[in-house]
Design a protein around this ligand. Structure first.
Ligand code: B12
Ligand code: SF4
Length: 555
């Protein structure tokens, strides 16, 4: 029996480049049970779905399992359509967060889909593969929603979530895709080194109730693995890939649900290899509740925490059901700053009901605690109304109508106030017209300033040291330009003005030490990088290569 698993595209992104871990788990489980499968990751492909089906001959498989996110719903359906057109006998299975949330609608409205496996996929998919292989009744496959011979949708009983996560094989699976995965790295500022990194999942689900979170659709029962299984997994992948992984990105939805468990894991990792550093995502209140644990973790290699701060307005935090107020957010940020643990910011800048006052609170908070924070993605984030979440239902109720299935409503269309619509449109214009150029120039500029030749010239006041020190000021101005822009924008709108573009009302004037326009600052910095690289006699392309490796730093 020929089996394929596919991660359809959610749209091109420069940042998302790691194996789809959920599919890898399913494939490894099937392999352990004697069923080989092929993996395809088109997560960031821009090739039309029908073309991918033909190019990779996906229609030749007896069973194709498609992982469905809200963003990839319609692309998935187009892939399914093409596979069915070329091979009507192929069984098309869907799974993942979006498919789980809409399983019955999928079965009633998309006849090309033969089944949905709800929530976690390992055991039910194995059961389905066996049923198809041995031609037995699909009614016995747990967690499967399917259509029987009369065309009636059948929702099979749900499998009890697997408690023994250690019993699952490690997610070892390879994927074919349109682009190669660049090897995952972590740049360790403390040791000034770029190190091979790996993502490891140590738990499933999260017991909290943030009303926008798609984790809720995958199931609420929190379960975790034992510390020894984590260090064994690290050793397993080191041997398998021949890479000396020394940073672990814990990819759990919420790694720190039980502080004691989290500490046991990192103690074990440290015992296994004390060079290993790590990072994870969690909530602010948990960090505060376990200060001592965070402190010990810091000495065991903790480098950063992805922190679900989300917003600075009490009204918005309440609407998101975060269960904490702004003071808790601030206390957690101060604590981590004090302990020297970096923060990766999870932020929702605007939700449909946000007011200008809410945005002003966000601005104040970001200027106070994250002035130097980079990249500036948080300015552009908005609440995504994922299917199956209470947040989506709440906004459907406020609007008095359902959103279309499989479609993530566009932020612009759901904002409830005219002032926030202006803010949103200008911010998107700034992102399109300036942010990308700032990012590229800044990354190159910072890379140049970290180059040993530049560091030496500045330290010894030799060569182009004076030009380099002037350039340092431009780099700082560039880094702060988005913050300056957004501060001005919010003040203008709060004053009752309605700018029409990112260049209106002087929004793009007065940047940098020469008080120039933003366009001039970006362009002159871009030219300056090239000139300075020339003066320092750097080989052509060296900066680009360093950037490609690390994002913005030298090893
Ligand atoms: C870590 C993480 C990431 C990482 C790594 C993901 C990876 N490489 O797999 C990164 C940062 C790369 C990432 C990217 C994205 N993520 Co993400 N991610 C997570 C997070 C926190 C944990 C994922 C994880 O490790 N789960 C553990 C594995 C074992 O579970 P799993 O992936 O859900 O897979 C199981 C089931 O879903 C199911 N399943 C999945 N696919 C299939 C397919 C079939 C056929 C079957 C039968 C079953 C099945 O079986 C799997 C095994 O049990 C989750 C939250 C969560 N806990 O799920 C969000 C989450 C899954 N991500 C989410 C989103 C939206 C995204 C992005 C679309 C964001 C974006 N706009 O770019 C991208 C899409 C990536 C892609 N499709 O290529 C949403 C999904 C919401 C939704 N309804 O669509 C979630 C739920 C978080 C949220 N915002 O609420 N993500
Ligand atoms: S704490 Fe994080 S993972 Fe848990 S429900 Fe809230 S947003 Fe989701």
């Amino acid at each position: 029996m020929k089996i394929a698993f596919v991660n359809p595209s959610v749209g091109f992104s420069e940042r998302r480049k790691s194996v789809p871990i959920g599919l890898a788990y399913i494939m490894a489980y099937l392999e352990a049970k004697g069923y080989q499968s092929d993996g395809y990751d088109f997560g960031d492909s821009t090739t039309p779905p029908a073309e991918l089906v033909r190019k990779y001959e996906l229609w030749k498989y007896d069973l194709v399992g498609l992982s469905v996110y809200n963003e990839s719903f319609h692309i998935t359906m187009r892939m399914a359509e093409e596979i069915k057109f070329l091979n009507p006998a192929s069984f098309i299975l869907t799974g993942g967060p979006q498919a789980t949330a809409t399983h019955e609608t999928i079965m009633s409205d998309w006849k090309l889909i033969d089944g949905v496996i709800r929530k976690e996929g390992e055991l039910p998919t194995h059961s389905l593969v066996e049923a198809i292989d041995h031609k037995t009744d699909l009614a016995d496959v747990p967690s499967l929603t399917w259509r029987d011979s009369t065309g009636t949708t059948r929702v099979n009983c749900e499998m009890v979530p697997l408690e023994e996560l250690d019993s699952l094989p490690y997610p070892a699976a390879s994927f074919t895709g349109e682009y190669e995965y660049p090897p995952l790295h972590f740049f360790d500022k403390l040791q000034d080194t770029l190190r091979p990194a790996i993502a490891i999942n140590t738990s499933r689900s999260c017991p909290y109730n943030c009303n926008f979170c798609g984790v809720l659709t995958i199931g609420r029962r929190y379960r975790s693995r034992t510390p020894a299984s984590i260090s064994n997994e690290l050793e397993f992948f080191r041997n398998l890939h021949g890479r000396d992984y020394t940073h672990v990105y814990f990819s759990d939805a919420n790694f720190f649900v039980r502080a004691g468990r989290a500490l046991d894991i990192v103690r074990e990792l440290n015992r296994f290899d004390d060079r290993v550093t790590f990072s994870f995502g969690t909530r602010v209140n948990q960090v505060l509740r376990a200060r001592d644990v965070i402190k010990e973790m810091r000495s065991l290699g903790l480098r950063f925490i992805e922190l679900g701060i989300e917003n600075a307005s009490p009204a918005v935090l309440a609407r998101l059901a975060k269960g904490v107020g702004p003071s808790v957010n601030e206390a957690a940020v101060r604590l981590l700053n004090r302990l020297g643990v970096d923060i990766a910011l999870d932020y929702i800048m605007i939700d449909p009901a946000s007011t200008i006052e809410d945005l002003q609170l966000n601005m104040r908070f970001l200027e106070r605690y994250f002035l130097e924070y980079y990249p500036h993605d948080h300015f552009y984030t908005s609440l995504a109304l994922y299917e199956g979440t209470p947040a989506r239902e709440m906004y459907e109720e406020r609007r008095g109508g359902k959103f279309e299935t499989g479609v993530l409503p566009a932020t612009r269309d759901v904002l409830e106030r005219s002032e926030t619509v202006i803010w949103w449109e200008i911010s998107q214009g700034f992102r399109r017209d300036y942010q990308r150029r700032i990012d590229v120039t800044l990354a190159k500029g910072e890379t140049l300033l970290r180059h040993p030749a530049a560091v030496k010239a500045l330290a010894e006041r030799s060569g182009p040291w004076y030009d380099l020190s002037c350039f340092q000021l431009d780099v700082i101005s560039l880094k702060h330009a988005p913050v300056v822009f957004f501060r001005r924008l919010i003040d203008l709108i709060a004053d009752g003005k309605a700018p029409k573009s990112a260049g209106d009302d002087g929004l793009n004037q007065g940047y940098g030490s020469r008080d120039s326009t933003l366009d001039d600052l970006i362009e002159s910095s871009r030219v300056r990088v090239e000139e300075l690289a020339d003066l320092l006699q750097l080989p052509l392309g060296e900066l680009d290569q360093a950037l490609h490796l690390s994002g913005a730093a030298y090893e």
